[in-house]
Design a protein around this ligand. Structure first.
Ligand SMILES: Cc1cc2nc3c(=O)[nH]c(=O)nc-3n(C[C@H](O)[C@H](O)[C@H](O)COP(=O)(O)OP(=O)(O)OC[C@H]3O[C@@H](n4cnc5c(N)ncnc54)[C@H](O)[C@@H]3O)c2cc1C
Length: 769
């Protein structure tokens, strides 16, 4: 790599270069200079409004990038860990090198300087040069806003001015939203509401790179060595399936290639994907996030490129890739980027509350610990839960993990380890190549900590007894179906039969009690899981029970594997979650290699049904006692039968527009095979999927109280919708009821004036009062 800035040693003392006056600099004082201040979050030339504005002035322009040492080599506030990992520092450095190169190609120059305090730097610069204005992007998070205010004040003391603008910090410009995003009262609380308000707002034009004015003559003297600043290169990680190169050049190349190679039609989105390896069937993110975070690309450019591609090649419906999302894949990408917009604007509105223990919604009543040892085990991927450990090790080694992994690891820290969530956010901040304070802290606070709707849910379904996050066990079943990802990062488990590698605690534990695991109640993630849209009928393969375990009581000894020596014992009590392999929404998966008798909590597949499995110590005890085994005595809603019915629906599960373009005007839930009626049916519709142009306002949930037998159709009238996704149906039965309960046969979507009906997929959670 060619270095295009002056090394400290080349000109004596780098530190003094700015403060000591040379005769040349004295002469340069006479002419005024404008400065473009590139932060670490806007290392690009294209679509850069401050740059555009500076070069529209007659004065020479100095481009400056300040490497703020508190951000690069400082310690974090709560956990007191390093704020930036060597890998993230390397990406940063690559982005700076690339920017310097791109400026040099245009006869400009990038001054790079490591500083403790930008305000001090600008004061010193003003002593040396006649700075007129410093142009920069506006800030939106607390710490950066403080820096911005200090720089503004320092410049003012020298008669100079800081001119900030929003530019392309978001897809939709802050002034185009139609409300004041920085006002907490006006900024929508929820992403869905924000999306509804923002999606149809205009998107400003991408600013091309203007002809650049020359730098002032002294520019080449100001700067320092990047080697000194960023440290040595980090070796490549062999297990990494995708590598990022920092910088605008690499970002633009990648984006162009992404479009030209036709990947957009297969786009699925961070919140739907599990992006590990190219062969993964649900690997559908763009992987643009590190470039977007360091501002090597603007989000506006991404949306424009996607729209342009679709204009030339036609749109591809995102409905073809799993249920739950409508519109084109380009529109879907826009929607994902709206999450980024949402958190960026929210950071402005939330202010310092985003960094406080209660988060922006002032969550109370949770236990927080600052146990260093637990935290270290989590950071190093030594929790004893393979899915979490694989994610944490991948994060530390590569600086990236999929969205689902982020959610799972974060929720494990909050809910299971009960550690101060900010310690986790700080670790993510240090490691993630795509870290930005708004997105990282925002996701932790909004998705993983709690948002207001979850507060209400919690109040409705209080957590009586803590149950280890079910997702930690359940998600890898569908998202790492072959266990490839887990074993790549946890090679010490590779010698175990696959099912024991999934549940290593079983090598020395035996089942104790069979407990119910309920959505809402035992695992809030289950309720807000981002992958709900992947698996519209997602959890019917979890029959709703799990087994607690007695550790230390040896069950299955395998080879020389020693739990606690070769791989850690679980930090919190694990569960053997009951899983119905026959109901899994996957064509290819590997559950395990041990004989079915050794894993009776796993139903179907090659294993006999749990009810048919030999009664083992522990497992058989409560079965058949009305505890609600779906394979048992028919005491409970026939979830298994339902799953079978839904199994047909799987074949035709894409959401479909109504035939002949007719909008859907009602949804019918059809049930009845002689069973009893539920007292109430609740239908959940995915609002995100509604086409707002045709739908107008639709409630996301609707209740219908039933008085008659559940033999016919219950109709949920709707305003016309082109696409629709039913995410779940809940049946409520009177508590006193004891007989055979009815089954839902299918859900019909009815079009205007036609008797058109379609099976839609759904999740039926569980009969509840
Ligand atoms: C605990 C936690 C921390 C996270 N921290 C960050 C972070 O620091 N920076 C970051 O960019 N994303 C963060 N995310 C969101 C998300 O995981 C990543 O944006 C995504 O994995 C990036 O992959 P991609 O570029 O392939 O996404 P794509 O699916 O291609 O999405 C396109 C872009 O949309 C934006 N985006 C999508 N979802 C989100 C989201 N939930 N929040 C913010 N932006 C989003 C990103 O810029 C992303 O590159 C976090 C999620 C969680 C659960």
């Amino acid at each position: 790599m060619v270095r295009r800035w002056v090394k400290a040693g080349d000109r004596g003392s780098a530190g003094k270069a700015v403060t000591s006056e040379s005769s040349e600099s004295i002469s340069s004082r006479r002419s005024r200079v404008n400065v473009v201040w590139h932060k670490w979050s806007d290392l690009r030339l294209l679509d850069h409004e401050p740059l555009w504005r500076a070069h529209a002035q007659p004065e020479p322009v100095l481009h400056v990038h300040l490497v703020e040492l508190p951000l690069l080599s400082g310690a974090s506030r709560v956990a007191r860990i390093a704020r930036c990992s060597p890998r993230r520092a390397q990406f940063w450095r690559q982005a700076v090198e690339d920017l310097a190169g791109r400026l040099a190609e245009r006869n400009q120059h990038l001054v790079v300087k490591a500083v403790q305090d930008p305000a001090e730097y600008f004061s010193e610069l003003c002593e040396r040069l006649a700075v007129a204005k410093v142009f920069a992007h506006r800030e939106f998070c607390d710490e950066e806003l403080q820096t911005e205010a200090a720089v503004r004040a320092a410049l003012a003391r020298h008669g100079a001015e800081l001119e900030t603008c929003w530019g392309a910090l978001t897809v939709h410009h802050i002034d185009d939203l139609g409300f004041d995003a920085s006002d907490r009262k006006q900024m929508p609380l929820y992403k869905g509401e924000f999306q509804k308000a923002a999606k149809w707002r205009p998107i400003r034009e991408v600013l091309p790179i203007p002809p650049l004015r020359p730098p002032p003559a002294v520019a080449a003297e100001l700067g320092a060595s990047l080697e000194e600043t960023f440290g040595a290169e980090v070796p490549e990680e062999e297990r990494q399936t995708f590598r990022w190169q920092g910088g605008e050049s690499a970002a633009l190349d990648y984006l162009r290639n992404y479009m030209e190679s036709g990947q957009l039609p297969r786009y699925r989105g961070a919140t739907e994907s599990f992006a590990h390896g190219d062969d993964n069937p649900v690997n559908g993110g763009t992987r643009l996030s590190p470039w977007l975070a360091f501002g090597c690309l603007s989000a506006r450019v991404v949306v424009k490129e996607a729209r342009e591609w679709e204009r030339r090649h036609g749109k591809s419906s995102s409905t073809a890739k799993g249920v739950g999302k409508t519109g084109s894949t380009g529109a879907r990408l826009h929607t994902e980027l709206l999450f980024r917009d949402f958190l960026r604007f929210s950071a402005l509105a939330w202010g310092t509350s985003l960094f406080k223990i209660g988060g922006p919604f002032d969550v109370k009543g949770l236990t927080w610990r600052r146990d260093k040892e637990l935290f270290e085990k989590w950071r190093q991927g030594q929790t004893g839960f393979p899915f979490v450990d694989a994610g944490m090790r991948e994060l530390a080694a590569t600086g990236y993990i999929s969205h689902l992994h982020r959610q799972c690891c974060a929720s494990f820290l909050i809910r299971d380890l009960q550690l101060d969530w900010r310690m986790g956010a700080e670790h993510f901040e240090a490691c993630l190549l795509d870290h930005t304070p708004d997105a990282n802290w925002g996701n932790w606070a909004y998705r993983c900590l709690q948002r207001p709707c979850l507060v209400q849910t919690r109040a409705q379904y209080p957590v009586n007894e803590h149950v280890t996050t079910v997702e930690v066990v359940a998600w890898p079943v569908v998202h790492d179906a072959q266990l490839e990802h887990t074993l790549r990062w946890l090679p010490e488990l590779a010698g175990l039969p696959k099912d024991l590698a999934r549940e290593p605690w079983r090598t020395e534990a035996r089942p104790d009690k069979r407990i119910k695991i309920k959505p809402y109640k035992d695992s809030p993630l289950w309720f807000c899981a981002a992958n709900r849209t992947n698996w519209d009928y997602e959890y019917f393969w979890l029959p709703g029970h799990a087994w607690t375990l007695k550790l230390g009581e040896s069950e299955h000894h395998v080879g020389g594997f020693r739990l606690g020596v070769d791989y850690p014992r679980p930090l919190v009590p694990p569960l053997n979650v009951e899983i119905d392999l026959d109901a899994l929404p996957l064509k290819r998966f590997v559950w395990g290699d041990t004989t079915p008798e050794l894993r009776p909590h796993i139903w179907g597949g090659s294993a006999p049904r749990a009810a048919e499995a030999p009664q083992e110590k522990g497992y058989g005890k409560s079965r058949g006692k009305g505890k609600g085994s779906p394979h048992g005595e028919g005491q409970q809603l026939g979830l298994r039968g339902l799953a079978a019915v839904l199994g047909n629906a799987v074949e035709s599960r894409e959401k479909q527009p109504a035939d002949r373009g007719d909008p859907i005007t009602s949804i019918s839930v059809i049930g009845g095979d002689g069973g009893s009626a539920p007292s109430k049916v609740k239908l959940y519709i995915n609002r995100d999927d509604l086409d707002f142009t045709t739908v107008g306002d639709v409630e996301s949930t609707q209740d219908v109280d039933l008085v008659e037998d559940f033999h016919g159709a219950i109709q949920f009238p709707l305003r016309a919708a082109k696409f629709l996704s039913v995410t779940s149906v809940c049946l409520y039965f009177p508590q006193s009821f004891g007989g055979e309960r009815t089954r839902i046969h299918w859900i019909g979507l009815w079009g205007v004036g036609t008797d058109h009906k379609r099976q839609a997929v759904m999740t039926v959670y569980e009969a509840r009062r």
